[in-house]
Design a protein around this ligand. Structure first.
Ligand code: ZN
Length: 280
C-alpha cells in the first residue's frame, strides 16, 4: 500500500538521545513514516553515520528525503557562486545516496531582477552539471526536488518547477510543492478547488506519475505582499489543510508530506490525523 506518509522536517524535537538514527526511531515510535534530513546550513554527515541512519530508516519503515543548503543559487550571475551551488547539491546528493533518501529538496535560486525566462537556461545548465557529477560519482536513485519557493523574487513558481520537471523528466527532477509558500506567493488557498487547480496543473504537465509519488511541504505561514515571512504552526489554519486532504483523496494522490511548522513532529501528527479523518 502506498498511501500518504507524514513526517517532520528534521530530527523530531522531543527525540530522546541524539542524531539522525535516533530521530528516525522516534518517528516510528510516535507513528510517523517519513523524515526529511536537514542540511540547510551545510552538509556535514559522514558516510558511516549516513549508512547507519539509512539502515534505521529501512528497519523502521521511515521514508527519508533531504533538504539541501539554503546558499544555493542555480542562476547566480557569478561563475564561482554557480560552482558552489553545484558543490552543495552534489554533496547533499552524496549524503542522500548513503542514507537511501530521495528527493533532495532545493531552493533553486533568485531572479535578481531578471525575467524567469532569462534565468531558465542557466538553471538548466547548473542542474545538468549536478546530474552529470552525480552520475560520475555513482550516485543512483536520488532525484533533485525543485521546491516551490515562498518569495516572488525567488526562482520556483509553480510554472518554473513544472517546467524543470518536464525538461529533466520526473526520474531526475521532481517538483516539490510547498503549499505554505504557494499561499504566500500566489494568493490565498482556501477551498478544495484552490488546491485542486494546483493538482490538475501538475497532472496536466507531468502525467499521473506526479500524482502517485508526490513529495510536498506543509505548514502555516505568515506573509507580506513580497511573499513568505515565517512558518507558523498548523493551527494557524493559513493555509488550511483539510481541503487539500480532500483534494488528494478525490484525485487519488499518494506520496509524502513533510511538516515544516515550528512543531515539526507534533504538527506532522496533526496533519496525519486530519488526513485519516478525511479519508475515512
Ligand atoms: Zn525548503
Amino acid at each position: 500500500m502506498m498511501g500518504v506518509r507524514f513526517g517532520p522536517a528534521g530530527i523530531p524535537i522531543e527525540t530522546p538521545g541524539e542524531g539522525t538514527a535516533a530521530g528516525i526511531e522516534y518517528c516510528r515510535k510516535i507513528g510517523l513514516s517519513a523524515m526529511e534530513v536537514e542540511f540547510v546550513h551545510g552538509v556535514n554527515m559522514k558516510e558511516g553515520k549516513a549508512r547507519a541512519a539509512g539502515e534505521a530508516a529501512g528497519k523502521n519503515n521511515v521514508k527519508l528525503s533531504c533538504h539541501a543548503p539554503y546558499y544555493i543559487n542555480c542562476c547566480a550571475k557569478e561563475e564561482g557562486k554557480l560552482r558552489a551551488s553545484v558543490r552543495y547539491i552534489v554533496s547533499t546528493a552524496q549524503a542522500a545516496f548513503w542514507l537511501g533518501a530521495s528527493p533532495i529538496v532545493i531552493h533553486t535560486g533568485h531572479y535578481m531582477g531578471r525575467a524567469p525566462e532569462e534565468c531558465k537556461k542557466l538553471v538548466y545548465r547548473t542542474y545538468e552539471q549536478c546530474l552529470e557529477e552525480m552520475r560520475a560519482l555513482g550516485i543512483r536513485g536520488v532525484v533533485l526536488g525543485a521546491e516551490l519557493t515562498g518569495k516572488k523574487s525567488a526562482y520556483g513558481s509553480l510554472d518554473d518547477i513544472i517546467d524543470l520537471a518536464q525538461h529533466f523528466g520526473l526520474e531526475r527532477l521532481m517538483p516539490v510543492i510547498d503549499y505554505a509558500h504557494y499561499h504566500a506567493r500566489e494568493g490565498k488557498l482556501k477551498i478544495k478547488d484552490d488546491y485542486a487547480r494546483i493538482l490538475e496543473k501538475m497532472e496536466d504537465g507531468l502525467g499521473s506519475k506526479a500524482a502517485k509519488t508526490f513529495h510536498c511541504h506543509f505548514s502555516g505561514i505568515e506573509f507580506s505582499d513580497k511573499g513568505e515571512r515565517n512558518h507558523l504552526p498548523v493551527s494557524a489554519d493559513s493555509p488550511p489543510f483539510a481541503p487539500l486532504a480532500a483534494a488528494w483523496k478525490e484525485r487519488g494522490w499518494e506520496g509524502t508530506v513533510i511538516c515544516e511548522s515550528p512543531l515539526i513532529e507534533k504538527d506532522a501528527l496533526v496533519l496525519q490525523k486530519a488526513f485519516q479523518k478525511v479519508r475515512a
